[in-house]
Design a protein around this ligand. Structure first.
Ligand code: ADP
Ligand code: ZN
Ligand code: ZN
Length: 742
């Protein structure tokens, strides 16, 4: 037997492996992930390395292959576990070992030392308060914001204060001169976590919250490691429960990973953890450079950081004694990787936790059907939070508005009369409104009124989207063109924009309420670093009356002055080809409804739809998760979709339509041939090959073949078979194959 070994695991090229022979006496002990000693280079100096692969065949001249010298004692390090995880991901999700290793191992890169500046207050707490009042009277608003922020703590980081509080040097300078504050700097290792306040005090948990925290602690102390799901309505105080659990696990000397979807990873969210756990907390996000991430992982490995917060990639924090993984908003699609290995953070967390003897806690107001069905079966422990946590906060009233009726009554506007009135009322009372669109720029395509053709992207199988009424953009490949004056198909001059993107809604809102201050938040306005954070902060501070956005505004901030949430076209997300579209619609509507009435003021939610009878909409309106779950589960069972059955998508893409078609038919034949030798696989359903929802993207054609079966292992076997066969196929160099387990 031979082992492939990597020596420098933080090297960018993890594919730089060396093959060694495994001596007979070590054969039982050498596994993927094992740390071994090997003679290296011409001097045969003994170095340490990790095994990343095993093979029965030598890759080069047997005479030149050296033997593994021994196994490193106590060799199960965090890295060993991550390498094992890479192997597991490769097998489970179908990717190369290389892709998997690159996903789990941080890459070392030079990190510049960076100077960090702080604003320190020189006044006492009381003096600061007084100064803030005075500043307010004189309308020095920026100064007032800074002073108020300094009331709670002695110092705040300069950079963050400038951006988040929208301060400028002209605010700071006179304050320094007047001896109110001082600027300090220190050269430190980059740490993107914010602030320096350490306030270990927590809110007193209510009975529901305390019950869950206590049960968790008791089971943890009894040595039980398991996966639990907290099904808690929006605002029920899940985050406070997580923090209690984290605190318990930290006390045991172990570390914690907290996954939060990137979009909800805002200053406010992180600050809550920071307040409770101080400098033990750190954050990673996808905008950080490889060097910055490496730093964070190093700090975690050294024990400086004990709670790592981040999106799905934070799962691979190399903690030495991981005790708990929390996944907030467990149902979010962002937890599934879109590149190979297409891993799901939930499954991967459970795998990692098992290896580290840690527990997993999932939380959501709208759990995925996968998680909830497992919880009902007893595979996960199920906890419920049925009440809003803040005593003054009430569940909003939800009403469904039938847009067909509006049309019948002659209202062609995108705003129903009921919604218009409700918005007017909010403006009069100085309260805030949020308007949701299910998708960015949806349906704001341009079509011809003479021939009916829509203007399409020349490279992709989609219509182009109208921006600012003059530019046509492809959201898939970035192709841009000017709005043509005549129809490209029939030359008719009668072409026009249709539909209602977020921009259009902004335009219409401003026309209807000229005095209202309107903010828009979608991919276009938030593509810059920190863009969405800035808009949300401005809105939370009352700098606008109405916030319009795609689903991205459903998360992250508490907006106590929002008393109206309007969903403009609830059914848009119902018409996608994804079998989860009903679930997505329900989740989006429930989360949107959860945004209104978080403060003392009662909230109202208006859902406009052409499908008022659809159960996703009916159940979201009555905020009845159980009922939604039952109906959706029937659909999944009847059609054999997950979580009832398992689903494997085989996606092939090629620049040549012909090669693609050949490859797909070939793969399908391979599947049937493999099934003959698999008696337990007799019920495998093969669907397709069919064209992908969007057949052509960037001049590449795409097809999909679906395989369904009750048993996961059968699908894995078929995947491995197809993987092997495709490597030897004649079309191998022209067609790319990817696997996706739903
Ligand atoms: P979730 O994560 O379930 O959406 P949060 O943990 O964010 O809920 O709590 C919602 C709001 O209720 C927050 O403002 C939080 O500070 C507050 N809150 C949570 N628990 C309590 C409690 N026991 N008493 C008072 N307020 C609470
Ligand atoms: Zn035309
Ligand atoms: Zn395109």
């Amino acid at each position: 037997m031979y082992a492939s070994i990597i020596i420098d695991i933080s090297h960018e090229k993890v594919d730089k492996t060396f093959q060694y022979r495994i001596p007979k006496e070590l054969e039982d002990q050498v596994k993927v992930g094992t740390q071994v000693q090997i003679p290296f280079g011409t001097g045969n100096h003994i170095r340490k390395g990790y095994v990343v692969g095993l093979s029965g065949t030598a890759e080069f001249d047997i005479g030149r292959i050296k033997d593994i010298a021994g196994i490193v004692a106590h060799s199960i390090t965090a890295e060993s576990r991550l390498i094992q995880a890479a192997w597991w991901m490769k097998e489970r999700y179908g990717s190369t070992m290389n892709q998997a290793l690159k996903t789990v191992l941080p890459v070392k890169q030079k990190v510049k030392q960076k100077e960090i500046r702080w604003i320190r207050r020189l006044l006492s707490e009381d003096e600061t308060k007084k100064a803030a009042e005075e500043a307010g009277k004189k309308h020095y608003q920026a100064r007032q914001r800074l002073l108020l922020a300094l009331c709670g703590r002695e110092e705040i980081p300069y950079e963050k204060a400038m951006t988040h509080m929208n301060l400028s040097a002209s605010t700071i300078k006179p304050m320094v001169e007047q001896g109110m504050i001082a600027l300090e700097s220190e050269t430190v290792f980059r740490n993107p976590a914010i602030g320096d306040g350490f306030h270990p005090r927590a809110v007193a948990l209510n009975e529901e919250q305390a019950g869950i925290a206590a049960d968790f602690a008791a089971r943890y102390d009894a040595g039980i490691r398991e996966t639990a799901l907290i099904h808690g309505i929006t605002g029920s105080g899940k985050t406070e429960v997580y923090m209690e659990m984290i605190s318990h696990v930290l006390e045991k000397g172990r570390q914690v990973i907290v996954l939060i979807p990137e979009i909800a990873l805002t200053y406010q969210t992180v600050l809550r953890f920071y307040r409770r756990f101080g400098k033990q907390v750190s954050v990673i996000n996808s905008r950080m450079s490889a060097g910055e991430r490496y730093d964070q992982f190093l700090r975690a490995k050294n024990g400086e950081v004990r709670v790592m917060i981040g999106p799905r990639s934070a799962l691979f924090t190399p903690f030495s004694s991981l005790g708990l993984i929390i996944i907030d908003e467990e149902h979010e699609t962002a937890y599934k990787s879109e590149i190979s290995p297409r891993y799901h953070a939930r499954e991967t967390a459970i795998y990692l936790a098992e290896a580290a003897e840690a527990s997993v806690v999932l939380g959501s107001a709208t759990p995925s059907l996968e998680a909830y069905s497992r919880a009902l079966k007893g595979e996960y422990r199920l906890y419920r939070l049925l009440k809003r946590a803040r005593p003054d906060s009430r569940i909003a009233r939800v009403q469904v508005i039938d847009l067909r009726e509006e049309l019948k009554n002659g209202n062609k506007s995108i705003f129903s009369r009921r919604l218009q009135r409700a918005m007017e009322e909010r403006l009069e009372k100085g309260e805030q409104t949020m308007l949701f669109m299910n998708r960015r720029g949806y349906a704001s395509f341009v079509s011809c009124r003479s021939c009916g053709e829509a203007v399409r992207c020349p490279h992709c199988d989609v219509t182009l989207t109208l921006h600012f009424g003059q530019k046509l953009v492809c959201h898939y490949c970035g192709y841009e063109t000017r709005l043509p004056e005549t129809c490209p198909s029939c030359r008719s001059p009668y072409i026009a924009g249709f539909g209602t993107g977020t921009q259009k809604i902004e335009e219409l809102t401003k026309k209807m309420f000229p005095a209202a201050r309107v903010l828009r938040m979608d991919m276009d306005t938030t593509s810059k670093k920190g863009g969405h954070e800035k808009i949300l902060t401005a809105f939370a501070q009352g700098q606008a009356d109405i916030l319009i956005g795609t689903q991205m505004i459903v998360k992250g901030h508490d907006f106590p002055k929002v008393t109206l949430a309007g969903v403009l076209a609830a059914d848009l997300s119902l018409y996608t080809s994804d079998f989860r579209c009903g679930e997505r619609t329900f989740q989006l509507l429930t989360q949107a409804a959860g945004r209104a009435g978080r403060g003392k003021l009662p909230g109202e939610v208006l859902i406009q739809t052409y499908n008022p009878e659809h159960y996703s909409i009916v159940c979201a309106a009555s905020q009845d998760y159980e009922s939604f779950y039952r109906q959706e589960m029937v659909y999944r069972e009847v059609l054999h979709y997950p979580p009832s059955w398992e689903l494997l998508a085989v996606m092939a893409s090629s620049a040549s339509e012909e090669e693609l078609a050949k490859a797909m038919e070939d793969l399908k034949r391979q599947v049937f041939k493999a099934l003959e030798g698999l008696p337990e696989g007799e019920n495998v359903q093969v669907i397709g090959p069919a064209q992908a929802t969007i057949y052509k993207v960037n001049d590449i054609y795409r097809k999909i073949l679906y395989l369904k079966h009750e048993n996961y292992d059968i699908l894995i076997k078929l995947k491995n078979h197809m993987d092997q066969e495709s490597r030897q196929a004649v079309w191998h160099h022209h067609v790319a194959i990817q696997f996706d387990l739903a």
